[in-house]
Design a protein around this ligand. Structure first.
Ligand code: NDP
Length: 259
């Protein structure tokens, strides 16, 4: 299937590794140019170099903190300089670990800025660029935890649920501008970050730890690969998914326990 993405510009935050890098590579494989962002300079530059070399597209690295207004503006400016965004994937994010009783206010606001305000600020700025193209697509990468919380990360659960609602609100507004907005709620996706956590917790038995996590949570009894999620995201952002508007899609190997 031709996803009709050749020559489009996709902006992917958190694109230096893990899911974001996988999504950026999947766009590039379809012939789309990409702007990828992360805070760590060397990592985002290396990732962009790799994408450009492997797929022969333009890959622009932006080193900025999207939890800040100025960091978002840097991304918006870079996308404008690269010809204007057609697609925006709000992906940068990270897990948490706390109790409500112990977590300070600052931790709540930090996660709010990263998981919600980055999406607010970037979608606002990039929508203006999509207007000049006649439309576009946006995808919020929330989490299954937006609807089915894990007990040890209340701040993550709450801010991802807010991102899910933001995506819905944004969709109603943006479709009038021919910009489709959807949300994806991944379950367990095997990223280097999960592997590092498993090694820290279990040393040599880290693979067993990941299997135990999968056995406990996912009906399919395994983690999903970054590529399995990325393919889904890229399709959803492509013109081939033209009637998908304002929805949330679980890509979770059966982890969601409700209908
Ligand atoms: P990783 O930790 O592997 O990658 C996170 C990416 O985001 C990195 O590129 C990181 O680069 C970047 N990033 C983090 N904070 C910021 C910031 N403030 N500004 C700019 N970039 C930032 O995470 P995953 O790939 O596992 O997760 C990606 C998204 O998917 C997250 O939103 C996560 O919540 C969600 N998700 C992940 C699941 C999983 O099982 N892996 C399941 C469900 C949802 P740098 O540190 O250099 O800034």
């Amino acid at each position: 299937m031709d996803l009709e993405l050749k020559g489009k510009l996709a902006v992917v935050t958190g694109g230096s590794k893990g899911i974001g890098l996988g999504i950026a590579r999947a766009f590039a494989r379809e012939g789309a140019n990409v702007v990828i962002t992360a805070r760590t300079h060397e990592a985002v530059e290396e990732a962009a170099r790799g994408i450009a070399e492997d797929y022969g597209v333009t890959a622009v690295p932006v080193a900025s903190d999207v939890a800040t207004a100025s960091g978002c503006q840097a991304v918006i400016d870079a996308a404008a300089a690269a010809g204007g965004a057609d697609i925006f994937v709000s992906n940068a994010g990270t897990g948490s670990n706390e109790t409500v009783a112990d977590a300070p206010d600052e931790k709540w606001t930090d996660y709010w800025d990263l998981h919600v305000m980055a999406a607010v600020r970037l979608s606002r700025g990039l929508a203006d660029q999509m207007d000049t193209k006649g439309g576009g697509a946006m995808l919020m990468n929330a989490s299954i935890c937006a609807v089915q919380p894990l007990w040890y990360e209340p701040i993550y659960n709450t801010t991802k649920a807010a991102l899910l609602m933001f995506g819905k609100c944004l969709s109603s507004e943006m479709i009038k501008r021919n910009i489709r907005v959807n949300t994806v709620n991944p379950g367990l996706i095997r990223t280097p970050d999960w592997e590092r956590t498993a090694r820290e917790l279990r040393g040599d038995g880290w693979e067993d730890y990941l299997q135990e996590v999968a056995d406990e949570h996912a009906d399919i009894k395994r983690f999903g690969s970054v590529e399995e999620l990325a393919d889904f995201c890229v399709f959803l952002c492509s013109p081939r998914a033209a009637y998908s508007v304002g929805s949330a899609y679980h890509v979770d190997g059966g982890m969601l326990k409700t209908v």
